[in-house]
Design a binder for this molecule. Structure first.
Ligand code: PLP
Length: 394
C-alpha cells in the first residue's frame, strides 16, 4: 500500500551525515514525527514505539488496564490486538463483527460485564468501525476506548481522524501498512497521565529522557514502575517524517478508485460490505459480500483469472479468532506464574473460548471478498479492474 523512495534515502543520508541517530539529546526526527502525527490525528500526545503490537500494549499500560479487567476485541483482527491485552495482564473478550467486518456495536454491548474496563475497536482493512455507536456505548458504561488503527493509518471517520476518536489509538508502520519504516508503531492519547505511563512502558527511563520543565521526574511515584524498551530510533523517525507528507494524497487516490469500482460492482448487481464512512475512510480495500461462500470463492477465482488479486478475509490466517492459538489454548504468557489466565486477580474475569463462539463472524468472513487498492494504480489499471469486476459478477 505504501510508497517509499528517493526522498527517504535523502533524509536518511542527511541523518547519517549528522551522526545523530539516537532520538534523545540532539535527535530531532522522532520528536518531529510525534508532534506532527499527534496533530494529524487530532490527539494531544503521541509516543513512537517499535511496532503496532508494542503501541497497543503500551497504550493499555498507559490507560491503566491490567489484571481483573476484561477488554473487548473483535473476532476479526490480527491476533496482536488480543495478545496485547494479555501482555497487560487483562483478559480479552471476543465479540462478533458485522457486515462492515468491524466490531458489531450490538454484540459489543451484549459482551459487557461488570469486569469490562476497555474496548478495542479495530478499523480493519482501512474500513472504520461505527465509532458513533461504539463511543456512545463506551460512555454509557464508562469504558475506555483504545482504537486499533494499525490497518487504517491516516484514515478518518465522519470528519474525525482514526486513532484520535477514543481515549487512545495505536498505529503500526510495518511493511504492509499505509505508512512504513519497515517496522514501527506509535500510540496517541488525549490524556497526559496515559501518555506519561505509556511512555514508561515504551522506555523504562522515559522520565529521565523527558524531564518536566523546571522539575525532575525522578520523584514522580506513579512513573516508578518497571518499564521496557520499545524506543524508536531516529532512522524510523526520519523515514516516517517523509512518509507523512505522502499519506493524504495516497489515501485520497485510493478512496476515489474504491468509490469508482464500488459503483461498478453495485451496477453489476453485487452487494457491498458495510462501509461506515466512505467519504473519510482509507479506501485501501473494496469489499463485496455474497449469499454463499461458494459464490465468494468463485468471484475471487474469476478476478484472479483476469489478473486482479482479491481474497476472502476468512483465509487470512491469524486475523480470524479461531486461529489465535495462544488464546484458544489459554497460553497467556511464557511463564505460568505470569499467565493472565491463571492469575488470581483474573479469576472472576475469565471467559471460555471456543471455535464456534462467534459463528456470525465466521459466516460473514467466509462470504466476503476484498479487493486491495493501490495508490500507484493508473486510470487504465482501474479500468481493467472495473472490467474484471463486471465479468466476474456475471
Ligand atoms: C489490526 C492490527 N493490529 C495490530 C497489528 C500489529 O502491528 P505490528 O505488526 O506492527 O506489531 C497489526 C499488524 O499487522 C494489525 O493488522
Amino acid at each position: 500500500m505504501y510508497r517509499i523512495g528517493e526522498a527517504e534515502v535523502k533524509r536518511i543520508q542527511k541523518l547519517f551525515d549528522s551522526g545523530k541517530i539516537f532520538r534523545y539529546g540532539s535527535g530531532e526526527e522522532c520528536e518531529m514525527f510525534e508532534k506532527n502525527w499527534g496533530r494529524y490525528v487530532g490527539a494531544d500526545y503521541c509516543r513512537m514505539a517499535r511496532s503496532g503490537t508494542s503501541a497497543l500494549y503500551t497504550a493499555l499500560v498507559g490507560l491503566g488496564v491490567g489484571p481483573g479487567d476484561q477488554v473487548i476485541v473483535p473476532a476479526y483482527t490480527y491476533m496482536a490486538t488480543a495478545l496485547a491485552v494479555l501482555a497487560a495482564g487483562a483478559i480479552p473478550v471476543i465479540a462478533d463483527i458485522d457486515k462492515s467486518l468491524t466490531l458489531c456495536p450490538k454484540d459489543l454491548e451484549q459482551k459487557i460485564t461488570k469486569h469490562t474496563r476497555a474496548i478495542i475497536p479495530v478499523h480493519m482493512v482501512g474500513v472504520p468501525c461505527h465509532m458513533k455507536k461504539i463511543m456512545k456505548i463506551a460512555n454509557k458504561y464508562n469504558l475506555l476506548v483504545l482504537e486499533d488503527a494499525c490497518q487504517a493509518v491516516g484514515g478518518g471517520y465522519e470528519g474525525e481522524m482514526l486513532g484520535g476518536i477514543g481515549h487512545a489509538g495505536a498505529f503500526s508502520f510495518n511493511f504492509y501498512k499505509n505508512m512504513t519504516c519497515g517496522e514501527g508503531g506509535a500510540f496517541v492519547t488525549h490524556s497526559k497521565a496515559a501518555f506519561e505511563r505509556g511512555s514508561v512502558a515504551v522506555d523504562c527511563c522515559s522520565f529521565y529522557w523527558n524531564p518536566e520543565e523546571g522539575e525532575g521526574r525522578e520523584e514522580r511515584e506513579e512513573l516508578q514502575f518497571a518499564g521496557n524498551n520499545f524506543r524508536a530510533s531516529e532512522v524510523e523517525g526520519a523515514i516516517l517524517n517523509v512518509q507523512l507528507k505522502r499519506i493524504k494524497g495516497m489515501l485520497q487516490k485510493m478512496r476515489e478508485h474504491k468509490q469508482e469500482l464500488l459503483q461498478v460492482g453495485l451496477d453489476a448487481g453485487l452487494k457491498s460490505i458495510k462501509n461506515n464512512s466512505l467519504k473519510y475512510e482509507c479506501g485501501t480495500h473494496l469489499g463485496f459480500i455474497f449469499k454463499k461462500e461458494k459464490q465468494a470463492r468463485a468471484f475471487r477465482d474469476k478476478l484472479g483469472a483476469q489478473a486482479v488479486s482479491s481474497f476472502l478475509p476468512m483465509d487470512t490466517g491469524r486475523h480470524v479468532y479461531t486461529r489465535w492459538e495462544p488464546i484458544m489454548r489459554y497460553q497467556g504468557a511464557h511463564h505460568p506464574a505470569l499467565d493472565p489466565f491463571k492469575l488470581p486477580a483474573n479469576r472472576k474475569a475469565l471467559v471460555k473460548y471456543s471455535p464456534d463462539m462467534c459463528q456470525d463472524s465466521l459466516n460473514i468472513l467466509s462470504r466476503a471478498v476484498l479487493v486491495p487498492m493501490h495508490a500507484n494504480n493508473t486510470k487504465s489499471r482501474v479500468r481493467r479492474i472495473a472490467a474484471a469486476i463486471r465479468t466476474a459478477a456475471e
